[in-house]
Design a protein around this ligand. Structure first.
Ligand code: UDP
Length: 267
């Protein structure tokens, strides 16, 4: 039954550079570019919890595109070039700095647990934290001392990363506040981008409800990955709501992405 086999399978022909928990990176069409593919996989607790959630990748691709395009437009450098299709975007190849940069505005998650703060407590000011990206070690929190001593980033690069983190936090806080959402905290990643002989730090990876805590301003409803971490259900509906409020999806799109319903006439 040869005719049942797909004739064209570009996905398999592309060189796969890296596969992570929620994304795959493929070789791009030109040197210095990559294709970032968003999967539907959701993981938490260092991948001990894993599920495939239909439609998550498509939503994160769109939401992250929107955020990165806006960052580019206001002069915050990122790796993003353009979205290619429902699940993929064209990005610049960068050397990822092995740090998760977390910015917090409100106590939640690990900070609330560690310091015994009630979730939802406004912090005295925004706080930036670094975690060393290493699954085998469970991404431990590290200080600037560790970052420079082990050569993960130079003191100048740390300054650049913190300046970027503050700009991204200010931009995202305002963006989300405008659509009735409180940006509690988020994680971003950075990379070194070579342009001729110069290197600069740019925002990389993704920024989406997978990597942010987003609470509805009025109800405090969670519109982020905590719905998965805490088995609350309704993840795709929550991400769809974020996309819709940002104006990315038309008002009429159904949350579960089933598309139009066929209405048949009986007469
Ligand atoms: N975060 C992330 N990836 C991680 C760990 C954290 O995107 O591997 C995000 C998380 O979604 C939240 C912020 O970083 O928006 C702070 O997370 P926290 O340290 O509270 O960790 P958690 O309790 O979520 O494990």
């Amino acid at each position: 039954m040869d005719f049942l086999k797909p004739r064209y399978t570009p996905m398999n022909r592309r060189r796969r550079i890296y596969e992570g928990k929620a994304k795959v990176l493929y070789e791009g069409p030109e040197p210095g570019t990559l294709i970032q593919h968003f999967k539907d996989d959701a993981t938490a607790f260092n991948a001990k919890k894993h599920e495939v959630i239909d439609g998550k990748g498509v939503l994160n691709n769109r939401i992250s595109e929107f955020i990165f395009q806006n960052l580019n437009d206001i002069g915050v450098p990122t790796h993003f070039i353009r979205r290619l299709n429902m699940r993929e975007q064209l990005i610049r190849e960068v050397e990822i700095i092995p740090l998760e940069v977390v910015v917090r505005n409100v106590a939640a998650g690990s900070l609330a647990t560690k310091l015994g703060l009630e979730e939802g407590t406004q912090l005295p000011r925004s706080i930036i934290e670094f975690y060393y990206k290493n699954d085998a070690l469970n991404d431990p929190m590290v200080s600037e001392e560790h970052v420079t001593a082990f050569g993960w980033a130079s003191p100048q690069e740390i300054d650049d990363i913190m300046a970027l983190a503050i700009r991204v936090n200010d931009f995202l806080s305002g963006l989300f506040l405008g659509v009735g959402i409180r940006l509690v905290d988020f994680k971003m990643e950075t990379g070194r981008l070579w342009e001729n002989d110069t290197v600069r730090i740019v925002v990389a990876d993704e920024i989406s409800p997978d990597s942010c805590r987003l609470w509805d301003i009025k109800s405090n409803d969670k519109l982020d990955k905590d719905r998965f971490r805490r088995d609350m259900g309704g993840l795709v509906e929550a991400y769809t709501e974020v996309a819709r409020r940002l104006g990315i999806l038309p008002e009429s799109d159904t949350p579960n992405g089933r598309g139009p319903v066929l209405v048949t006439s009986k007469d």
